[in-house]
Design a protein around this ligand. Structure first.
Ligand SMILES: *Cc1c(COP(=O)(O)O)cnc(C)c1O
Length: 397
């Protein structure tokens, strides 16, 4: 059994703050500060350029990839870290389309995160081969699969409502029709017991600054199924994905396996923070995290429905249909969240009316949930949110 009392002590959680936003940006792992200092002084400072070999910076992307791979059910050697998630979505889609040259439809849903769709549109426009991006309601995905679809590109958990797809069933159905699948695990990696190998997905991507706690701007990851690893087209064919970067060949030759999904120089300092963040996961079983997240989510939903009747649940009521955040609707949702933040309970707002709360068992327990519900009740009962100061919109909500 995972010891969640211990994992909580491994994070810096500001005094007086109840942090329900680990689904957007995980908190600082205590060991990350020292690790960053060591890498800055001992490696960058002392080793300078020799750090690429001596400190192994050059292998960091695949080493960290394997650490993440364990958490999403990937076999070693099939995940690599780098760039941002938007970039990794682009690469995965380009590679997937190249595996299906005779079809012209990319299927996704209206619950996808906009950047995934923007990147897809940008890629399809650049290709100029007449591909279309077809968007359907999440409930219509299964019925919309056909032998015209080249790629099914979905985000497992809806960033707004927390609605979760059945990754296994959809992948299986897609494969029966010869469709390549890409799963975005942005809200699943570090939140749920994902099994990319068992589900048989072709590609998966995700980010590390949400549930994995890698810090603001921490790099993304990409998984390529072993069967595609040596023939997937990298699309963004940068020198560090080349078979021999230091041969400085004028022609591009893709590297072996997952290495080809690397692009350029990796962010060594940010990877040091991510490495420290991944230490926390060493003693953690994903099934325990998921079970505990369901317990705490149920407690939040029960508390809010009893004590804050003006808030309407926006997430599925059935935990099996839900990821690891819980959302509610209120017409003044933005102001409610600002009032909460002012009282040390951190959630966030998604337009037009969604209040979002991330349930992250590594550092949250019943006391946190109870405190959040009590403060939310005060804000709703006394209409504390109805003050001008809480209605001023900031850029990041
Ligand atoms: C958070 C998130 C992103 C963010 O992409 P970046 O390039 O890292 O900014 C993309 N897709 C999904 C589904 C997300 O949840």
């Amino acid at each position: 059994m995972t010891d969640f009392t211990t994992t909580k002590t491994l994070f810096h959680l500001p005094e007086g703050m109840t942090y329900l936003d680990g689904n957007s940006l995980g908190p600082l792992p205590l060991s990350a500060t020292d690790r960053m200092a060591e890498v800055m002084q001992g490696e960058w400072g002392e080793m300078l350029i020799t750090g690429w070999n001596k400190a192994g910076w050059i292998h960091q992307p695949s080493r960290l990839g394997d650490r993440i791979g364990r958490l999403i059910g990937a076999e070693p050697g099939h995940v690599v870290v780098g760039d941002t998630l938007s970039i990794k979505v682009y690469q995965a889609l380009a590679a997937a389309l190249a595996l299906s040259p005779d079809r012209r439809v990319v299927l996704s849903d209206t619950g996808n995160f906009p950047t995934d769709l923007y990147m897809a549109r940008g890629l399809l426009d650049t290709l100029g081969q007449g591909h279309t991006l077809q968007l359907v309601d999440p409930e219509q995905v299964a019925a919309s699969l056909s032998d015209e679809v080249a790629v099914l590109m979905l985000t497992d958990v809806d960033f707004c409502t927390g609605r979760r797809h059945d990754m296994r069933a959809l992948t299986e159905k897609a494969h029966e029709l010869g469709i390549i699948t890409i799963w975005d695990l942005a809200h699943s990696a570090g939140a749920d017991a994902i099994d990319v190998t068992g589900c048989g997905t072709d590609f998966a991507v995700g980010c590390t600054y949400k549930y994995l706690n890698g810090g603001p701007g921490a790099p993304a990851f990409i998984y390529v199924a072993p069967r595609h690893a040596d023939n997937a087209l990298p699309a963004l064919s940068g020198w560090l994905g080349h078979a021999a970067p230091f041969a400085f060949d004028l022609d591009y030759r893709a590297g072996q396996g997952i290495e080809r999904m690397r692009v350029g120089t990796p962010p060594v300092l940010q990877m040091a923070a991510l490495d420290a963040a991944l230490d926390v996961w060493d003693g953690v079983a994903m099934a325990d995290v998921r079970a505990r997240a369901v317990e705490l989510s149920e407690m939040l939903i029960a508390g809010v429905s009893e004590q804050c009747p003006d808030l309407q649940l926006a997430s599925p009521r059935d935990p099996a249909q839900r990821g690891s955040h819980v959302s509610f609707r209120h017409p003044e949702g933005y102001a409610v969240i600002q009032a909460l933040i002012a009282r040390g309970v951190i959630g966030d707002f998604r337009t037009p009316d969604i209040l979002r709360f991330g349930i992250t068992p590594l550092f949250l327990d019943e006391t946190d949930i109870a405190r959040a519900v009590t403060i939310l009740e005060e804000i709703m009962q006394d209409r504390v949110w109805d003050r001008d100061e809480y209605k001023v919109r900031q850029l990041v909500t």
